[in-house]
Design a protein around this ligand. Structure first.
Ligand code: PEP
Ligand code: MG
Length: 568
């Protein structure tokens, strides 16, 4: 009988094939008191680290994402603090290496998992993953691996670790479904990069599926179907064929310039957090970078990155992009993003508190280092700077004053930079929408941050599941705000882009074209899709469509019109 289970979509797509249950050996590690042989135990520990390091270095990753996992794990293994902590525990407790290692890993992972930032929290999983593989080596147990699969299959497991995915045989894995994991989990990121359909957070799927079961993994709708009937299979075969045809078409359009049928050129650029994302975005056809989230440089560090450290990264990005735009956003920390090396005051409403530009102004040295680094990088490409969380003209003037004084210093020091570097702002607060006309007179461009703008307009926290039904960028209030902002920019002769998640939603593309958006900054995986929609659109018909939507004050009417629109 057909059984259906729901999961979170980690990476979209559809796959059909037999199930392969993948489980790793469970290890129960007990503490053993050693009477002697402490130094030998420490040697055992060191040799396990060495064996694992060599094993990782010998992996031939066939793509950047897999290579970067392997590299990150090698770096963690080479961290002297890691091995020293475990060795100290062996010595102080006169205990066995496996127990000391397990305890050290638990502590380090728990520390990461206690952080507010979801990205860093997930890094706790890296420690647990490395720890488990080291324990297999120490205990002489075969942990199982996915590098040699006998046939095409859909992997069902409790959780796939980064090392599983980095050694996985990409050719034979059609998709996967896990009991655990969230949308930002490691496995989700890898699945998106590898373009493998995947569902996570399925709770007990490993108990429902048996090895060899016939499966349909529908990661477009978040469903796993077990032993479907022939009719269902036929429907899915048609959907898979359509999906593959679309993939082939997108492959063809991805490197074309995005121009509507009646000639409006629109930039399709990507959002990045580091140089690897940038490379991925370019491979997927992005015309540049519309949002470099610089906070990841700060969050993945144990100190505020210096001017020089930042300069090296921005310069590498600018040089790689040449004349294609690189929009660097100044530090957007606070809210849900914290730093391990800086004490943020406890706030009742962090999203309404000390975040983004407000912090940059209060930490002038931090702001100065960053702006100097960005300006210096502007000598190497088409760099633009933009400011997050702006609420007033005065803030732009304050930032401009500081930028002018930094430029003066650079001039005196004889350091080259682009004198005409554009300075823009994020529109992500209701205040900035309401005074958009005035703000446009004081900056070079707008980029609409719909993630924050939606939460502030609708008074619904973007990360709170309880109000997730209210948080909706299709709400007429949000749409009218977007239209008002685009019109305000155009009236001042400025351009207006969008880097919030709404720009990556293909269902919204046609309407946003019609509203007059000049630039879409999207996640890498949506570059080709958004370009394809632009290439197939006519500006005047898109305008009619947008106007029809803007005329209604009802969310359900907006959703009905969007649903009926064939361009998505
Ligand atoms: C936004 O708010 O839409 C945005 C792009 O910024 P972030 O998601 O980094 O807050
Ligand atoms: Mg934001």
């Amino acid at each position: 009988m057909l059984q259906k289970y729901k999961g979170l979509i980690a990476s979209p797509g559809i796959a059909m094939g037999p199930a392969k249950i993948y489980s790793k050996a469970d290890l129960v590690i007990k503490k053993k008191k050693l009477e002697k042989g402490i130094e030998e135990e420490i040697e055992k520990l060191k040799s396990a680290f060495e064996t694992y390091r060599i094993r990782l270095e010998n992996i031939k990753a066939d793509n950047e994402a897999q290579a970067s996992v392997t590299q990150a794990h090698v770096e963690l293994l080479c961290d002297p603090y890691f091995i020293e902590s475990a060795s100290t525990l062996v010595r102080e407790e006169a205990a066995n290496a496996s127990w000391a290692l397990q305890k050290t890993v638990d502590q380090m992972a728990a520390m990461m998992e206690s952080l507010d930032d979801p990205y860093l929290r997930e890094r706790g999983a890296d420690y647990r993953d490395i720890g488990q593989n080291l324990l297999y080596i120490l205990e002489g147990v075969d942990g199982g691996d996915l590098s040699q699969l006998k046939e095409d299959c859909i992997i069902i497991s409790s959780e796939l670790t980064p090392s599983d995915t980095s050694t996985m045989d990409r050719e034979q894995v059609l998709g996967f479904a896990n009991d655990l994991g969230g949308k930002t989990s490691h496995v989700a990121i890898i699945a998106q990069t590898l373009d493998i359909p995947a569902l996570v957070g399925m709770k007990t799927i490993t108990q429902e599926v048996k090895d060899g079961d016939d499966l349909i993994l529908d990661a477009d709708r978040g469903l796993l179907l077990i032993n479907p009937d022939d009719q269902t299979k036929e429907c899915y075969k048609i959907r898979i064929r359509k999906w593959e045809e679309e993939k082939a078409r997108l492959e063809e359009v991805k490197d074309r310039a995005a121009v509507t049928e009646d000639g409006k050129e629109i930039e399709v650029v990507c959002n990045v957090g580091n140089l690897e994302d940038l490379e991925d975005g370019l491979n997927r056809g992005a015309d540049g970078v519309g949002l470099f989230r610089t906070e990841f440089l700060y969050m993945g560090n144990d100190h505020f990155p210096s001017e020089e450290e930042q300069f090296q990264v921005y310069k590498a990005a600018a040089s790689r992009l040449g004349q294609s735009p690189l929009l660097i956003r100044t530090l957007d920390i606070g809210g849900d993003k914290s730093l391990s090396y800086f004490d943020f005051p406890k706030e009742d409403n962090p999203f309404l508190g000390w975040r983004a530009l407000r912090i940059s102004f209060d930490l002038p040295d931090v702001f100065q280092d960053q702006v100097r680094a960005i300006l210096r990088a502007s000598a190497f490409g088409n760099v633009k700077l933009f400011l997050p969380m702006v609420v007033s003209v005065e803030e732009i003037l304050e930032a401009q004053d500081r930028i002018a004084s930094i430029k003066k210093d650079l001039r005196q020091e004889g350091i080259p930079f682009n004198e005409a570097m554009e300075v823009g702002i994020m529109i992500e607060t209701p205040a900035s929408v309401l005074i958009a006309e005035e703000l446009a007179n004081y900056c070079d461009f707008f980029s609409i941050g719909t993630n924050d703008l939606t939460q502030y307009i609708l008074a619904a926290d973007r990360g709170n599941e309880k109000v997730a039904n209210i948080y909706n960028s299709y709400h007429p209030a949000v749409l009218r705000a977007i239209k008002k902002v685009i019109d305000a920019a155009h009236r001042s002769g400025k351009w207006c882009g969008m880097c919030g998640g709404f720009a990556s939603d293909p269902q919204a593309t046609y309407m946003l074209i019609g509203m007059g958006l000049d630039e879409f900054s999207v996640v890498g995986s949506k570059v080709a899709k958004v370009k394809d929609l632009i290439l197939r659109s006519k500006l005047d018909s898109a305008q009619d469509f947008a106007n029809k939507i803007l005329a209604t004050g009802r969310l359900n009417e907006v959703e009905k019109l969007i649903e009926e629109n064939p361009f998505r």
